[in-house]
Design a protein around this ligand. Structure first.
Ligand code: IPM
Ligand code: MG
Length: 354
């Protein structure tokens, strides 16, 4: 097949890990007779330095025309001031919204080779295989009004958590469809004892559940879900939740896997187009040292092959190769080892070849 892939390496370790992701895609193209065309664009701090904005209209257009997008990370010390008018994160938020990437999939799977790297006891990690579906284009991240004003001599700030039933329905449906191909259980996480948006969320989740009689729905409050993630992570299958709850819970969940550097993500739209990125950030403290873990990006490439290109066998082959590289003992610094980014990438590609 032919696919047009946009690379957005971004800042910090982004370019280092995206380079490894690209090489995995090139290896897949070569062995499977596919043609993948790559075009690179700027996003985040580097785009601010070059164009004065974290994401240009040209880049948005290029992404719109692509079959899939692979992103590294955005941000760094240089652009750290949260009060600045232009910030790297704006690039990420804009691309999500412009492309309608409403569903953020963040799987958490524990490689048996890494149970000792996890802060959670090995017996609790057994059989952990969960899929987070985080709503990504609504809620308090985008709700209006968002402002700061002075009222009666007091400065006050406002953020608004807003959801429509349609926004909830499409993401909950996607979670149920995923559950059908897994262990057929959806946990919908909300704060329905306090928030009106959560009460609507719960109502819509119940309506969607009625469309999927083969899948079980359970509702859980976000605070107790946070606790259960550590106490009994294996009890979850698919977890669906709103934007900010998902932001927080997925960082928590990624620690189960031993390192933030291991976790991939996919941000999906209504169509085939998706944006794929490791969930870790730009890690400016280790940028340029060649020691970043490329596995989060390489597993994101597997999700890209599966979700945007429909290449399931190739996706599995990449995931298997990662397991084999870990089996062979390769460990980057975040996993307590000495493998460099490119050594880890090269070993994974070698394992893909057989
Ligand atoms: C994430 C990040 C982003 C988010 C930031 C960088 C805006 O934390 O992808 O989880 O909050 O969504
Ligand atoms: Mg986050």
């Amino acid at each position: 097949m032919h696919a047009n892939i946009v690379l957005l390496p971004g800042d910090g370790i982004g370019p280092e890990v995206v380079a490894e992701g690209r090489q995995v895609l090139e290896a897949i193209a070569k062995s499977g007779g596919h043609t993948f065309t790559f075009t690179e664009h700027l996003i985040g701090g580097i785009a601010i330095d070059t164009h004065g904005t974290a994401l240009t209209d040209e880049t948005v257009e290029a992404c719109r025309k692509a079959d899939a997008i692979l992103l590294g990370a955005v941000g760094g010390f240089k652009w750290d001031n949260p009060s600045a008018a232009v910030r790297p994160e704006q690039g990420l938020l804009r691309i999500r919204q412009e492309l309608g990437l409403f569903a953020n999939l963040r799987p958490v799977k524990i490689f048996p080779q890494l149970v000792d790297s996890s802060p959670v006891r090995p017996e609790r990690l057994k059989d952990v295989d969960l899929m987070f579906v985080r709503e990504l284009t609504g809620g308090i991240y985008f709700g209006k009004p968002q402002l700061r004003e002075t009222v009666d001599g007091k400065t006050r700030a406002v953020d608004s958590m807003v959801y429509t039933d349609d926004e909830i329905r499409r993401v909950v449906r996607l979670a149920f469809r995923l559950a059908q191909g897994r262990r057929k259980k959806v946990t919908s996480v909300d704060k329905a004892n306090v928030l009106e948006t959560s009460r609507l969320w719960r109502t819509v989740a119940a309506e969607v559940a009625a469309e999927f009689p083969d899948v079980t729905l359970e509702n859980q409050l976000v605070d107790s879900a946070a606790m259960r993630l550590i106490q009994n992570p294996a009890s979850f299958d698919v977890v669906v939740t709103e934007n900010m709850f998902g932001d927080i819970l997925t960082d928590e969940a990624s620690v189960l896997a031993g390192s933030l550097g291991m976790s991939p993500s996919a941000s999906l739209s209504e169509g085939k187009l998706g944006l794929y990125e490791p969930i870790h950030g730009s890690a400016p403290d280790i940028a340029g040292k060649g020691i970043a873990n490329p596995i989060g990006t390489i597993l994101s490439v597997a999700m890209l092959l599966r979700n945007s290109l429909g290449l399931e066998a190739e996706a599995k082959a990449v995931e298997l190769a990662v397991a084999r590289a870990l089996e062979a003992g390769a460990r980057t610094a975040d996993l307590g080892g000495k493998s460099s980014t490119s050594e880890m990438g090269a070993l994974i590609r070698q394992k893909m070849a057989g």
